[in-house]
Each structure stands twice: as C-alpha cells, then as structure tokens.
Write a protein of this length. Sequence first.
Length: 160
Amino acid sequence: MSELELTLLLLFAGAGFFFALSETALLTLGKWRLRQVMERSPERGVLIRKLLAEPHDMLATITLGNTMAHGAFIAAAWMIGIQSADWSTGLALTLLAVALLLFCEVVPKTLAVRRPELWAPWVARPVLWAMWLSTPVRRVAQWINGQLLRPMPRVMPQLP
C-alpha cells in the first residue's frame, strides 16, 4: 500500500468518524447541556442552536457526508485490494470493514454519547459549512427521497 493510498483511507475514515461523532453529539445534547454550552461559549452555542433549528437539513447533511465518506473508504479499499489478488486481499478487506464499523461508527458515537456538551461545540462550525457546501446535492437528494416516499402514508396506522 502506498503512502497516498494510506492517506486516502485515513482521510475518508476521519471524515466518517467526524460525521458519526457530529450526529450523535448534536442530537443527544439536550436543552440542559445546550444551556451549559451557551454559558461557556456563547458563539458556539449560537452555532449549535442554528443547526438544531434546521434538524432535517442538519441530519441530511450529516447522513450525506457519512455515506460519502464510507463509500469513498470502501472504494479506495477495493481499488487497493484489486491490485493484489492473493488470499491476503480478502483478509485485509475484511479487517478494513471491521475497522470502518468500529472506528467510524461505534467509537465516535460512544464518545459523543458520553460527552455531547464537549463535542457539539467543536463540530458545529464544520457541520454548518458542510450544510452550506452540500445544499445543491442535498436538495436533489431530499427531492428524490420525497418522491420515493410520496406513495407511503405520512401517519402510520396504530397497531391493535
């Protein structure tokens, strides 16, 4: 594996880590902890409130970023894997999949659940930037999603 390939894998894994951490930190913050953040860092508290005021856009941005990071990670790992077709390739790809799950999903979400008031202020500004940058793609994805969900009832009937 070359330095460039390793750098790309780490970059994509880092992006996945960031988006998973952001999602959990922002969505588990709660009003009480948000007030604590506002008292300690009013500027970052305002950014967090701005994000939480648009939960659909925030979540769509984070989901899009996470999906793209994971897809890029998998594509890079696959490209590396097809360069050598021996038995170790399958093992390496399996280990990369486990690493992706652990280090890009489980670990960041665990960290964020334990201390959302610590992480939310740090992720707020980059998530706002990502929301702004992804607006055109996100709008198209949200429109497609709306079209796919249109035949489904908005309110599900209650089970007996």
